[in-house]
Write a protein of this length. Sequence first.
Length: 223
Amino acid sequence: MGDAESARGEIGSGRTVFELGDDYFISAHGRVEFIVFEYRVASLAWLRDRTMRSVEAELAELRATRIRGAHRVPGWEGESDMVLDESLGVLDTDTRQIGAGIVVVSAAAALESLMNQMLDRPSDVRLHRAGLARKADELAVRWQTAIDAMEFLEDVAWLKKRRNAFAHRLIDDESGSTSSEVFDDAMAHEALMRTSAIAWMLEEGWEQHLMSQNEPATARADC
């Protein structure tokens, strides 16, 4: 069995990493840039799935322990309960939020990396240093026949907002608008769905771009 086949083998229990990724993004044209992106989405899908399952399994185990009272140390029953309850609380809040946030932030980074490859003009170096939204604005203008600008930019804005909210929450625990964002498995799933929708439009735009570059050479060869 080759390395590629081995990579598609089972990772723990449940579905394979590639099967999980297939729920979100499969490259339509098989260009190397999008195969790499496909693997990154599959990795994030696997991370989302395993984080959710691991948290749920750990919570169930701790709750069963609480009912049995097996965690209690004689003479320190109250303190034992407090430690276990704190563990439950951390898993049900911080661990869930961080797991979802990692998926959101990594999905945004994967898209930025992909967009940098699409921005292949000599003058695009400045855009490589720009943010996700600025890159998206430029590509939406260039590839109007392949990109539904309203849907494309709405998905980018959704992803950008939640990426920034998660970063601020970790850095300074801001109150206000960022506190209303619920970072959970549902958000991680939506982030991957929107990321994939953006990537499919980029893939069509990139394919048209590459085909248009080949047309003059083909025309000359036919002369």
